[in-house]
Design a protein around this ligand. Structure first.
Ligand code: BDR
Ligand code: CA
Length: 300
């Protein structure tokens, strides 16, 4: 197994991703750190606790992180994820109180473990990880690798014409993480838009009697309310890549970020001067990853 911290702003697709990680034998989830993103920080922190309570894993610490981006105003997405962040799907209340101070907790946890032994699976804006890099650089160097959902390389954006939510919500944080020289795999919209759940997939999840599969079906169904016949499963792709990288095609691409104030703030610029090379997932075997997701959620 691989030790991971999940940094997240749940979030419907975050919730499905967390349920997958908890169901997979490949990951030992050592903690969940939260970051303001889709919804306010207290709501996403509560949601992390609710997800853990659902699957009786409240032994895993939830650590509340950044209440806002490093220097900008946050971008709320309640119209997609619902006011509660979980599309109105019923969850039990958290069974344990959260801790506070995600970047400090990350630093302590990394310093207390062998270097390289903990990965970060990042599903939201990169504020907490940027804080870790800035305030605790020696601890940050001990991260095994970061696998982060974010960006659009050749795809159109989902916030601006070229910008994707997680990077657009805190472009300065994304820039700090990109330039930190840490092993980073980015999972952009170029692949997550190809990993889609439609009605048939919901039926497949519902043919199981396992709680993670049934609740994931309800979450994805709630996600349909923001339109379309199928919905992209953005954040689960991070876990799916971490478990089964051979289902993805990764390229090394020089990237930089648009740090301006226009509609494409946070957009990735490919091969621009001053770009930093990162591993970027650009292709995916969608049927294979959807099979893996359904199997794990069903408890197989
Ligand atoms: C990202 O934005 C959020 O709304 C989703 O949870 C995902 O992390 C997709 O752009
Ligand atoms: Ca997210």
């Amino acid at each position: 197994t691989r030790k991971v911290v999940i940094d997240t702003d749940p979030g419907i697709d975050d919730a499905v991703a967390i349920l997958f990680a908890l169901a997979s034998p490949v990951f030992e989830v050592v903690g969940i750190t939260t970051v303001a993103g889709n919804i306010s920080i207290h709501t996403v922190t509560g949601n992390a606790g609710r997800i853990l309570a659902l699957v009786e894993r409240s032994d895993i610490p939830v650590v509340e992180g950044a209440p806002e981006p490093l220097s900008r105003k946050g971008i709320d997405t309640a119209e997609i994820h619902g006011d509660d962040g979980l599309g109105g799907v019923a969850f039990p209340e958290p069974a344990a109180a959260p801790l506070e101070g995600a970047s400090e907790w990350l630093a302590q946890t990394l310093l207390a473990s062998p270097a390289g032994s903990i990965d970060i699976l990042a599903l939201g804006p990169l504020t907490n990880i940027a804080r870790l890099v800035q305030d605790h650089p020696a601890a940050a160097q001990r991260i095994g690798r970061i696998v982060a959902m974010g960006g659009a390389v050749d795809e159109r954006g989902n916030i601006g014409p070229r910008s994707e939510y997680n990077l657009a919500a805190d472009p300065e944080a994304a820039d700090i993480v990109l330039r930190a020289g840490l092993p980073l795999v980015l999972i952009p919209l170029d692949v997550t838009r190809k990993v889609r759940a439609g009605r048939d997939y919901l039926a497949r999840l519902r043919s199981s009697d396992s709680t993670p599969a049934l609740v994931s079906a309800d979450l994805i169904e709630a996600y349909f309310q923001s339109g379309g016949e199928s919905r992209p499963l953005h954040d689960p792709c991070v876990m799916l890549y971490a478990e089964r990288p051979e289902l993805f095609g990764v390229e090394r691409i020089a990237l930089s970020l648009d740090l301006g104030d226009g509609p494409d703030a946070g957009a990735l610029l490919r091969d621009a001067e001053g770009g930093v090379a990162a591993e970027v997932a650009m292709r995916v075997e969608a049927a294979g990853v959807l099979d893996l997701l359904a199997e794990r959620l069903a408890g197989r």
